[in-house]
Write a protein that binds this ligand. Sequence first.
Ligand code: FES
Length: 67
Amino acid sequence: MNEKAQIKVMDNGSLRVTGDVELVDKEGNVYETKKAFSLCRCGQSSNKPFCDGTHKKIGFEDQSRVE
Ligand code: FES
């Protein structure tokens, strides 16, 4: 049985993706990914859609919680 996919909203950073998931572009082309990977949500990565750590340099802030 495959591990259920999970997307974790990291404090002041990326979206951490784990589990059985396929990442595709608008045309359905599949990105090569590792077992766990991070997606950019600050909009400043040079390697979109992946996080490249730039959020730390720019001081991106968000600590979203379920309300
Ligand atoms: S969230 Fe990490 S570079 Fe954008």
